[in-house]
Every structure is written in structure tokens, then in C-alpha cells.
Write a new protein. Structure first.
Length: 355
């Protein structure tokens, strides 16, 4: 794939493809430790979230709690002859029937000499959403099957047997085969998570929040991208899993690195692991600003392996980018019959960029 988010076709003896949705975890030099994520906690009757310096950030908590129900884990099944493999991503429920996520989560994989597209998509609403729930032989009743409505913009012409190229719009819309049971029938995600107006003005280093799922790392090879970073000399798979609350819905706190107004992508340093592509991004005012995509500005070594530098950050597709707004008009609005959603997202797609 030409995209930085994936390396497909790295085979082992059994020829099952290895799929890396590359994500960047970050190191805090002030505390001399890995950045961590913060899981939602259920006290038996309500969900809570405990962030560092909560007193100074209490205004954001309500928005993060309001968005929790709309974030889901996605399992994508690939099958070839007698072998099967499941890869994972994160999605945003727009309504009880439609999910917004990344196009590259459904890229074709190279299995031996063949290109294999996905054979099934399952959505899990449980939290935690352990990989065991997606069992091929005994799937959880919490799963709902989904189908792809579209990947990218019409002009991108991305089929099930294509990769998401760097020039394509990395967005996809899924439709569930039945309604999500934990949402009311007419419930829909409102990009205006707070009562104030949406704004397309964001300052560099302003605080950002990412809500999504991190998949559990198992292979030492998944540490390879960090090998040139001095801060990660003592990095281990166990540390990354522990600090990122793998398989649980959690919040990562970071900063805006690159402006996200009209650019195709914005950059951030919210810490992530593979599986978080499609995560929801919220700004310091509690407003939806886009979907997390993966890494940007990584490098490749002499053996063609990917590695990170100090300038490698995570990236997201801003809701105010030309591409995102075109996807709203081309795919989201025509596909979803929900008056409230149409009003909310029409406001986003038509708002003056000079406001």
C-alpha cells in the first residue's frame, strides 16, 4: 500500500498476512514514562471518566461522556482457502444504523499471490470489546454485521480490491443489518457536542481528545518502528498494552501539532496503538473535529521496514476539510433518513470557512 497506515503481505510460514495499521505511541519526557489512555469506568449505574487535572478540565468531561455511546469497535474478517484472519478498527455511530470510519480499515490484503478483500464486517457495542467477542466459531451476540456503503469519494473509485491511496479520502460509511440496541431509535451523533457553535479556528498546541479502541499487541516486530527513538530504549509490548488499556474504550489526551482548517489532514500527538483508526477526535471545547487516521511523516529503512522519527505524529481528517465536507454531502446526507442528523450535518457541510 502507498499509505503509511498499512503494511500488507508480510507473511509467516503459514502464509497468513500480517496487517499493521501503524499508530504512534508517545513518550512524556517530563514524567519519563509512556503517555497513557484513560478508560471509561462503570460504577454500577453510570459511566465515569477520570482524567489528569480533572478540576481544570471538568468542562470537557460531559462531552467525552456524551460521545462514549457512539464509539464502537469494528472487526473485519478476511478468509482465504482454509485460513481466516480478523483485523480491527474503530468507528463512530452516526445513528443506530450507520457507522463512520476509515476507508483503509477495509483495504485488500495480499495473501500469498492473491489479493483478498474482506468477507465480513462485525460491529461490537460492548465495553470492553475483547477480541474473543469476535470469535469466528462462537461470535458474541453483542456483534451486529455491517455492510460497506462507500469508501472514499465518488471520484476516488475505491473498490473492495483496492488500497486507499494517499490521494484518496480516507473515510468510509457502514450500514448495520439491524439497529444498535443501546441507542434510541432516532438517536444520532451531533457534531455540536456542546451548545456553542462549531469553530474552525484551532491554535497550535491546543488540547485534543481521542476516543477509541487500542488493539492488543502480541508480536515483538510491532516495536520495530520505535527502534530509532532514544526515549523508547526500554519499550516492551507489555508496557504498550498496559498503558493503552487495550480492548477497552478509552480516551487519549494530546495536542494539535498541525493546523486542521482546510488541510486534508491535521496532525496530533494523542497516543494510539493499532486498531484505533476511525477514532473520534474532540477539541478542548468539547466539539467534534474529525476522525483519527494513523501516522504521518514516518520513514522507511534499508530493509523497507517502517520506522518513526521525532517528527512522526498521528494524523486525523478534519471535519472542515474540503474532503470531509464533500463526503458528508456525497454519502452521509443522501444515505441516512434522519431529519435531526440531516440538519446537524448540513450545518457542518455548509458553514462558512471564514467564520
Amino acid at each position: 500500500s502507498s499509505s503509511e497506515e498499512q503494511q500488507v503481505g508480510l507473511h509467516r510460514i503459514n502464509q497468513i498476512p500480517k496487517y499493521y495499521s501503524n499508530e504512534r505511541a508517545f513518550f512524556n519526557v517530563k514524567t519519563n514514562s509512556l503517555e497513557r489512555t484513560y478508560p471509561y469506568v462503570n460504577d454500577g449505574s453510570n459511566w465515569q471518566l477520570f482524567l489528569p487535572k480533572m478540576n481544570s478540565e471538568s468542562d470537557i468531561i460531559s462531552s467525552l461522556l456524551a460521545a462514549r455511546n457512539f464509539v464502537v469497535r469494528i472487526g473485519i474478517l478476511y478468509a482465504h482457502e482454509s485460513s481466516k484472519q480478523i483485523f480491527y478498527g474503530t468507528g463512530l455511530l452516526l445513528t443506530d444504523r450507520f457507522v463512520l470510519t476509515c476507508s483503509h480499515n477495509f483495504d485488500v490484503v495480499e495473501w500469498g499471490k492473491e489479493k483478498v478483500s474482506h468477507s465480513k464486517i462485525n460491529i461490537c457495542f460492548g465495553d470492553p470489546a475483547n477480541e474473543s467477542l469476535f470469535s469466528i466459531s462462537n461470535p458474541s451476540p453483542l456483534l451486529i454485521e455491517a455492510t460497506l456503503v462507500r469508501r472514499g469519494l465518488c471520484a476516488d473509485k475505491i473498490s473492495d480490491y483496492d488500497y486507499t491511496e494517499s490521494s484518496s479520502t480516507d473515510l468510509a460509511l457502514l450500514e448495520l443489518t439491524r439497529s444498535a440496541t443501546h441507542l434510541e431509535k432516532n438517536a444520532c451523533f451531533n457534531p455540536k457536542l456542546t451548545s456553542s457553535f462549531l469553530s474552525n479556528t484551532y491554535a497550535i498546541n491546543s488540547k485534543l481528545y481521542l476516543i477509541g479502541y487500542n488493539g492488543e499487541l502480541q508480536d515483538y516486530d510491532q516495536l520495530t518502528p520505535y527502534k530509532y527513538l532514544n526515549d523508547f530504549s526500554n519499550l516492551s509490548v507489555d508496557k504498550l498494552n498496559l498503558y493503552h488499556n487495550v480492548n477497552c474504550k478509552s480516551v487519549s489526551v494530546g495536542r494539535l501539532i498541525k493546523p486542521c482548517m482546510t488541510d486534508r489532514y491535521g496532525a496530533h500527538d494523542c497516543t494510539t496503538l493499532p486498531g484505533s483508526s476511525g477514532s473520534l477526535m474532540i477539541d478542548s471545547n468539547g466539539k467534534f473535529i474529525g476522525l483519527h487516521i494513523g501516522v504521518t511523516n514516518s520513514r522507511r529503512g534499508k530493509k523497507d521496514e517502517m520506522f518513526f522519527t521525532e517528527e512522526t505524529f498521528n494524523k486525523f481528517i478534519p471535519i472542515y476539510s474540503k474532503e470531509f465536507r464533500a463526503f458528508i454531502n456525497e454519502t452521509i446526507l443522501p444515505s441516512i433518513n434522519n431529519d435531526t442528523l440531516l440538519k446537524n450535518w448540513t450545518d457542518v457541510s455548509t458553514q462558512d470557512m471564514n467564520d
